[in-house]
Design a protein around this ligand. Sequence first.
Ligand code: WQD
Length: 356
Amino acid sequence: VLSKMSKQKTVFVTGGTGYIGSHCIVDLLNEGYEVITIDNLTNSRSGALRRVEEITGKKVTFYQCDLLDGETVHKIFAKHKIDYVIHFAAMKAVGESMQFPLIYYKNNVIGTINLIEAMKANNVYQMVFSSSCTVYGDPEHLPITEDHPTGAVTNVYGRTKYLIEEMLKDLSRAEEKWNIIALRYFNPVGAHPSGRLGEDPTKNFTNLMPYIGQVAIGKKPNLTIFGSDYDTPDGTGVRDYIHVMDLASGHVSALTKLDQEHLKFKPLNLGLGHGISVLEFVKEFERLTKVHIPYEFAGRRIGDVATLVCDGSRGMKELKWQPTRSFQVMCKYRCSQLFSIHPFISGFHLYWDCLA
Ligand code: WQD
């Protein structure tokens, strides 16, 4: 405790106004870290940080900056004394990545190279990288451990995450100083309990939870379920959903781990190890919110796999971290968040239902 108090550490967060970034900054500030963050605001809003500051009562330093603008990134690094980097910034829509591969490679891969160069130039070698279960591709065995082969990825977005992991691994082999944890997230859902932060993309409502939210508040007429013939108990896709606040605390634990050990490059899964199908998801959401979610079945979505469920035990053990929020909590928080972000729509009764 003393060492933590004696010097306030500074974390440079890329993609801090985004879904996972903003929730993580809440935890970092609550744990006493100072936070400098950048975002290009292409799929998020700076208002998220204002709410982060209101929730925590602490200040965040924000620059609107694109990682492709290496010069500005260098300037920001030179201006602050940075201890760690948490690198969230990336484009992440799977379908879009297949349509515009070059934009994805450029943003995600070149953006990361620019970041690494700025880190090196300023003697910062500690990093937590926002990776994804997508690097495992179509799993050869379940649950997925960190030793599962990576690289046989089914979409461009996922390949950028895989390439960045390989790049970071090579870097840590070439230069002894690097200390990197790649957190492979399973499916993050849920929102901050205040209902003031959540998944609030400016475009790209392609993930299941935000889409169900859109249907719940009447912005979309129904959910399309992609695939009813998977080799799963009810034929729909099974995923390992994890609450975003659990994910956030995993990052704080990862910083502590970097302080304690020289890992070079270490990938760790962040997930609960519990699979939920799309149909189970919809039914549970309806039960908790008392809002009907009409759905129709369609063909499989390109690049999707049947089941992604992790063995999360290594991540929990190595990070001394435990996810604590249940699937019910993931759904409830989603509802309160709908209310605060869209206060004038039918999310209102949804909100009270959930709190009741
Ligand atoms: C979940 C399930 C869909 C929308 C993606 C990335 C992954 C990760 C999280 C990164 C699937 C089904 C969805 C809809 C549906 N990390 N679905 N109708 O594809 O598992 O993971 O986001 O950023 O890397 O690939 O998440 O929420 O899109 O889908 O039936 O309208 O819901 O087929 O089975 P996914 P998702």
